[in-house]
Ligand binder design. Structure first.
Ligand code: ADP
Ligand code: MG
Length: 429
């Protein structure tokens, strides 16, 4: 097992395409760390630098106690899993799993299946970091152990075609586990699966990590996957000259959700996304209200004592962040306070079963900062066209019916509103 340390790591492709800037990150021995961010933020580049498949332009990477900047992939004791798990259709489960292992020459007769396999491995070796050479007994032991671990012990001779999607994915995972590496590196390994199978395999990956305890760096652009899998999650942003930092925040899923460092993290983490509005704070020491559009919400008295920094921003332009779950229909809200109620018109209502999503428009121009623009670009930028109104989403208890087009009174738990500086995007706390 090994920890990984990245110090001031940067990557420039060719002479000018910068993919990663100044990343400092410590991944603990045995930790499951997820790298998440929109497409193009440098996730794969970072993983490939750790793997040794990509040169490190700046900084230093240490795996265990060795600086690996100049080391070959095969010296790093890692196993990689990619999006395209590329099982070979004409090979058996056994051969597919033993793909990265090669029979030592001196193992002699009785090894025909392995030498046959070795030819193909040579052809495909570009796909994996290196081939481990070992004796036949050891290969058998590792594949058996991997098959048992992943609960596919009965199929060593089957072809992938005869397996279910989940079993195939497990064979691909088995190919990585048989290497018994110090570090697993996974680049969107589940993104080719359909939604149901993805959820299933997510759990299996967590179980696998629990059983093996191998240091794992997992790349995904799916924030739900990041939050459910990662012991800690590193949020990355695409590079820009004006805002060069690649790494935005590294924290536990709960901290990222409740204490995002800035607007980028706040908007990227959480689904449906955090609602944002531009406004300001009004009032005296006794009672302070958040004002945006035609809405005025009196802040929870605890708020000011818990977050004294916000009193320095009275009457200044601020961005308010309100997560969908902070709303509740007044008919079922616990102790609703009249000064914290928004009356809205439900534009679209989505009944999901355990909860209901109510979408409504707030007469206040949408918040547009460089962070938000970056995220909108990734999602297709539709929200920008709303002019002087901003789309909000509330997640309310499904015990009450809300009809589309009807007036709806929503209580807001104002102790949970976030405040951001519109210039820096940083959360005020
Ligand atoms: P992600 O995996 O987060 O989508 P990548 O690491 O693949 O992002 O890419 C980060 C940035 O680097 C992108 O702007 C991408 O276009 C660029 N990039 C990636 N690989 C290369 C390459 N081989 N040559 C030039 N630019 C590249
Ligand atoms: Mg990628």
């Amino acid at each position: 097992m090994a920890g990984i340390v990245l110090e001031n790591v940067g990557k420039i492709y060719g002479d000018e395409i910068r993919a990663v800037a100044d990343v400092n990150l410590e991944i603990g021995d045995g930790e499951f760390l997820v790298l998440v961010g929109p497409s193009g933020c440098g996730k794969s580049t970072m993983l490939r630098m750790i793997a040794g498949l990509e040169e490190i332009s700046e900084g230093k990477i240490t795996i265990g106690d060795r600086v690996v900047n100049d080391g070959q992939p095969k010296d790093r004791d890692i196993a990689m899993m990619f999006q395209n798990y590329a099982l070979y259709p004409h090979w058996s489960v056994f051969d597919n799993m033993a793909f990265g292992l090669k029979l030592r020459r001196s193992s002699g007769l009785g090894a025909r299946r392995f030498s046959w396999m070795a030819d193909r491995i040579r052809l495909c070796s570009a796909l994996i970091c290196d081939i481990l050479v070992m004796g036949k007994e050891e290969i058998m032991r590792r594949v058996d152990a991997g098959a048992e671990l992943l609960e596919i012990p009965d199929y060593p001779d089957r072809r992938p075609k005869a397996l279910s999607g989940g079993q195939r994915q497990r064979v691909a995972m088995g190919r990585a586990t048989v290497r018994e590496p110090s570090v697993f590196l996974m680049d969107e390994p589940l993104s080719n699966l359909d939604a149901k199978l993805r959820v299933l395999m997510r759990t299996e990956l967590s179980l696998l990590h629990e059983r093996l305890g191998t240091t794992t760096v997992y790349v995904t652009h799916d924030q739900v996957e990041a939050m459910t899998l990662g012991q800690r999650v590193a949020v990355l942003k695409p590079y820009s000259v004006a805002r060069p930092e690649t790494l935005q925040q590294v924290d536990t899923p709960s901290k990222l959700y409740h204490e995002p460092r800035n607007l980028f993290v706040a908007c990227f983490i959480g689904s449906p996304a955090m609602n944002l509005a531009s406004g300001h704070l009004e009032g005296d020491g006794e009672s302070v209200s958040a004002v945006f559009g035609n809405t005025r919400l009196t802040l929870h008295p605890e708020m000011l004592s818990r977050n004294p920094k916000i009193s320095a921003h009275m009457n200044e332009e601020l961005v308010f962040g309100i997560r969908p779950g902070v709303f509740e229909d007044v008919r079922v809200a616990r102790d609703p306070v009249e000064e914290c109620v928004m009356e809205v018109e439900a534009a679209v209502v989505e009944v999901l079963g355990p909860e209901t999503l109510v979408h409504f428009l707030v007469p206040s121009p949408p918040v547009v900062t460089p962070d938000i623009e970056e995220l909108l670009k990734d999602n297709g930028a539709e929200a920008l066209s709303l002019g002087d109104t901003t789309k909000f989403t509330a997640r309310v208890n499904s015990d009450v019916d809300v009809a589309a087009g009807s007036r709806c009174r929503l209580a807001v738990d104002t102790s949970k509103i976030h405040f951001f500086d519109p210039k820096t995007g940083l959360r005020i706390a």
